[in-house]
Design a protein around this ligand. Sequence first.
Ligand code: AMP
Length: 512
Amino acid sequence: MSQGDPGNGAAAPVTSLTDPLDDGDRAPAAADGPTEKCGVVGVSLTDRAAARPLYYSLYALQHRGQDSAGIATHDGFQQHSHVGMGLVGDAFDGTDLDGLAGSAGIGHVRYPTAGGVNARCAQPFSVSFKSGALALAHNGNLVNADDIRDELASSGHAFTSRGDTEVIAHDLARNLIEADLIRAVKRTMDRVHGSYSLTVMHDDTVLGVRDPLGNRPLCIGKLEDGYVLASESAAIDTLDGDLVRDVRPGELVVLESDGSGFESYQLFEEEHTARCFFEHVYFARPDSVIDDTLVYEARRDLGRALWEESGVDSDVVMPVPDSGRAFASGYADAAAEDGAEVEFAEGLMKNRYVGRTFIMPTQDERERAVRLKLNPIRSTVEGRTVTLIDDSIVRGTTSTQLVELLRDAGAAEVHVRIGAPAIVAPCYMGIDMATREELIAAGRPVEEIRDDIAADSLSYLSVDAVADALASSRADLCLGCVTGEYPYDIDGETADRDVSRPAVGEPPPADD
Ligand code: AMP
């Protein structure tokens, strides 16, 4: 790894901004441990309690985690924290917020997993040690947490969970005994491998760290009276703030504790990034800007590319709500521009009081949940050829159920178009997907999947179209779940990520 270190171990600040607006922006994770796929936030304000802004931003990031929610603040003397299970609204009541004193703080929402949901995994994770109090909120997943945990445990560190966040917290706490904050963070980043976007609070100093490959998002926002770090810019919008920019891969951002600015330390600089393409496809809010791209527009572009690659004549184009909406609108626009006579309409109505089907532990419950969640609008469907658009197929439950539902509602033909490539491998970097055995597309041709879901036709988007729509080279994206090639060495996975591919728009190398 190349490092932006001046030589004495501590990196120099590369930017110190008071007006940054001028500066331009489930996999079998930790083996048997809980997985960490979440939303994080941190704020430092001039003269106002941080608890409410943190609470509101957690609401804005609720889609990134519904298992638990928590906030830790610092009032200059001591740390306060409250974590609770469930949605943000369930985890806090008014009096909980009143007890969170101080104008600096961090917050976290945790992603649901089928098993192992318990309060010990809830974050922020807090630890007190010789040189202060530390709180950590983590989005991502380490691939070497077990090794570091074993080493720290053998030198006397007591762990309360199997989670990798606690590993980062202990490692950082140990480093902080011997080194200043910047050096300590750098040493920890040197040791932990995998994906992490962190908000950290050391006493009343709030920091944001993005892993050297920038796998998970993290951005900086400016408020009237301070600064905010958040997984997604939608959280900054909720606080009436302005997005300053993304935290760069390998960058440490330290918010001034008086809310007046922030310092940036580029601790690591890699030749390639490994930004998760699935954030833009599924995970992030469409109204968030991630790595300079508005997620909604990226999804529309993916939809347009889908029409260009595999458009099919039909009477009506309809999204799977809500995940397919932006894709279907881009697809329908591109179809109309090509002179196709196709109506764009809602053909499925969503019951918004049913949670995500994905967290249903059994297949039977997952199938039932699709029927609970979506009901066809007969007038859109009856007697017509239908193109159904979604962002992704994982196990195939949703598409199988929906094709059947649309046929029962009288559809003459059902064509399925997917705005991402086939998911053929697990995610080890922080998205709760499924195991390889559960993935309908793992090791199987599209025709077999089409047959399974009983569609008249099925097409996925190509990997190159994804890179194009995200204005990125394939070599700078993590495409592990659609290629089986990962940016890190993963036990049991053999294919390495191919970073020799050309940037978007460049001609392929001669031997490609
Ligand atoms: P499946 O029914 O298993 O094929 O899952 C596909 C549906 O789940 C699609 O409608 C996606 O929008 C959605 N989906 C994709 N990835 C995830 C995920 N990691 N967590 C929850 N839902 C997802």
